[in-house]
Ligand binder design. Sequence first.
Ligand SMILES: [Fe+2]
Length: 180
Amino acid sequence: MAEIRIRNTNERIQGDANVSEFLNNQNVIYEKWDMAKLPANLKEKFTLSDEEKAEILSVYDPEIRDLAARRGYQTWDIITLSEATPNLDELLKKFEDVHTHTEDEIRAIVGGRGIFIIKGSDDVGYFDVELEPGDIISVPENVAHFFTLMDNRQIVAVRLFIEKDGWIAYPYADPSFQKS
Ligand SMILES: [Fe+2]
């Protein structure tokens, strides 16, 4: 279950219904996949062969196709990040710049943890969404955000794209944003 932390107040929002309601109000799509479907040998495994990635995509093919039918996604793949990823520190540094893109950024977490930091409505400000396996989140198009890992620094996620070109990151200079 995802958890929210509102950066301005340090308030935490927990529990399915509360998290869903908060994210709905911020126009962030939030759904769940059943992690019990994932075979045990693929759970919390952060270096995946092409065959293993294909297996995960095939296990969740109905969920992926359902999202694609509702939202227009055309292609999907799997991304893994862990200490085994070359240049992990460099990559994370690049991720940690606030940016926007013209396509929504949808991720289905199937292993590990991750955080989206999203610019909310004016009364809320920036908030963190701490994600765990089974969480599906879509950061809306043109909304300022960035992604980072949590302390264990590992994640496996399915990414879905309408067009890969729509996903070019535009830096978003925001003097109101404070890291931490
Ligand atoms: Fe992004």
